[in-house]
Design a protein. Structure first.
Length: 567
């Protein structure tokens, strides 16, 4: 292909009527002050989208525009350029076509980048325009660290040889960051962050060490290595989190911070002795990416409106329930973010602190020094709070202190592990809390689950299997509504799983007068009957079926959570 011509972006966008002269002048003034690229300034000011710029360039240069969101990346092709070259030139090799290589470029008018890519690839190249955001995401996915991790694990194994090396003792030595164990861990964190993993599992087996990542709720094998490197990895992680390196017989918990890909990550670590050595599970909590807002949780509009009204009350208890990993803490922090103002004093009592939030007082429970939930709660109530978040109702004492606080003019948020909203109130009663206290204190109970989203790059219409068809009929979903069912066939964007990301599905039980009276005096069966009437058509399963009909999730995912929430 001929070398692209140089294009003046501002003039091109005006010519194609995508921006006005005033917008261009404003952007050029900003560009002079901050030195950033004109396209980025225009996008940041919402004058134009990245797609508009890319399509305009493609039209002007008579080259194709490729939407990488719907393009299946070929790993062999992409690695014709090194990761540093791909990032420097903002370019990605897409495929081989008629003796030429098709290269996607965010800025095909960068002539020096075009010449340099041709020289490196030693081939004639065709250019396609891609957006910078999608290009960087594709680079993140395409240059996984799997080979590097395997290589570092092998290097560490060779370093150890047949004798045991105390890597812990090396922690203070010069050049420690170059030690294979440190490089291996840094690369593991880097890879996990790159593919949005929530947990890293390091598990010694009889003849090998297994490393797995949890992505969107499911575990995926990252690598396998020689089992003799496991003690070195565990030792280094214990040192980083301040745990007792001599204690290998008891489980230990700790935490530390790492900087990965220019963002801070809180790592929560738990070790556990097994037959083959100590296993380690690390939960990764991104300091600058974990928080979300109520609008983005996925609650239905009418429920969101009522929930917002409830969390603005001056007293009472709001409970969020569901199994481990169902997003309860995310929901509570979204609620706190909404009411976090200078006029409110907010105290949280957690184990551990999962999100850092400016403007609120967060207390970490520490059982080792008898800093228990109940002890911290009593102290917190003397701190004159308006709002209290209790990480989890673990025992009767914590529940009663929380409920009393809700009765005496405080707004209290907390979580419980229960199956649905209606059963939550009687879980509190089972814990030894008087029924009148539960009935008069609890304002609302939100129950939730997380469903995996169909990958929007490879999603396609789905014909239900015979088993799925039977289930759909059981749930009274008529066949004429099956046309919107979707599934993902698997692509490079979703690591072949067909799913990318997760969404919440919810039900909310409000404690109005009728519900409160039933909770105080009626039998469990009668209360549950009234609760079911209040939730009719608004249960977790109803919400999940709606998302399925709209093609956001699969029949299989909804069937999975239906087993959890139904008798």
């Amino acid at each position: 292909m001929a070398r692209p011509e140089k294009v003046r972006l501002g003039e091109l966008l005006i010519q194609q009527k995508l921006i006005s002269q005033d917008q261009l002048k404003f952007a050029l003034d900003q560009q002079k002050r901050n030195g950033r690229k004109l396209g980025r300034v225009l996008v940041d000011n919402a004058f134009v989208t990245e797609e508009h710029i890319s399509e305009a360039l493609a039209k002007q240069l008579h080259v194709p525009f490729i939407n990488l969101k719907h393009y299946n990346i070929n790993i062999e092709q992409i690695r014709r350029l090194s990761e540093s070259q791909a990032r420097r030139f903002r370019a990605i090799v897409l495929e081989e076509r008629n003796e030429m290589l098709l290269v996607g470029m965010a800025d095909p008018t960068d002539l020096s980048a075009f010449d340099e890519i041709s020289r490196i690839l030693k081939r004639d190249i065709d250019v396609a325009v891609v957006t910078e955001g999608q290009l960087l995401e594709s680079i993140d996915r395409g240059y996984r660290r799997t080979e590097e991790i395997t290589g570092l694990a092998r290097e560490l194994s060779e370093d150890i040889g047949d004798s045991y090396v105390d890597f812990g003792a090396m922690s203070a030595s010069v050049g420690m960051e170059e030690a294979p164990v440190v490089k291996l861990l840094q690369t593991l964190f880097d890879d996990a962050t790159q593919i949005r993993a929530s947990d890293i599992h390091i598990e010694p087996q009889e003849n090998r060490l297994q490393v797995r990542f949890r992505i969107d709720g499911l575990l995926h094998l990252q690598t396998e290595a020689d089992s003799k490197i496991a003690p070195a990895l565990v030792l280094r992680l214990k040192l980083m989190s301040g745990l007792d390196i001599s204690e290998k017989r008891l489980p230990q918990d700790g935490r530390f911070n790492v900087r990965v890909r220019d963002q801070g990550v809180d790592v929560r670590i738990a070790t556990c002795p097994t037959q083959n050595g100590e296993t380690v599970v690390m939960r990764l909590l991104r300091q600058d990416g974990g928080m979300t807002t109520l609008d983005k949780l996925g609650m239905k509009p009418d429920m969101l409106k009522r929930f917002r009204e409830i969390i603005r009350r001056s007293n009472g208890m709001v409970l969020v329930t569901g199994p481990t990993g169902s997003g309860k803490t995310t929901t509570l922090y979204a609620a706190l973010a909404e009411i976090n103002t200078l006029e409110q004093k907010i105290i949280t009592v957690e184990d551990p602190i999962e999100y850092r939030m400016a403007g609120i007082n967060q207390v970490q429970v520490n059982e080792k020094i008898d800093l228990t939930f109940s002890r911290v709660l009593r102290s917190a109530l003397r701190q004159d709070p308006d709002v209290i978040l209790i990480g989890e109702m673990r025992d009767a004492e914590t529940a009663q202190i929380g409920l009393r606080a809700a009765m005496t003019g405080h707004l209290v948020f907390s979580t419980l592990h229960t199956r649905d909203a209606a059963g939550t109130l009687f879980r509190l009663v089972d814990m030894g809390t008087p029924r009148f206290m539960v009935a008069s204190s609890v304002q609302a109970v939100v129950a939730q689950r997380l469903l995996r989203r169909v990958c929007d790059s490879c999603g396609e219409p789905h014909i239900p299997t015979p088993q799925e068809s039977e289930w759909l009929k059981t749930e009274k979903v008529p066949p004429e509504q099956w046309s919107g069912l979707m599934h993902g066939r698997g692509c490079s964007h979703c690591n072949g799983t067909g799913y990318r990301g997760r969404m919440g599905v919810y039900e909310m039980l409000e404690m109005g007068r009728e519900m409160a009276e039933a909770a105080s005096h009626d039998s469990v069966n009668h209360f549950m009957e009234i609760a079911r009437q209040h939730l009719s058509g608004k249960t977790i399963l109803d919400h999940a079926i709606e998302q399925m009909k709209e093609g956001h999730t699969t029949v299989g995912e909804v069937m999975r959570i239906s087993n959890q929430v139904e008798d």
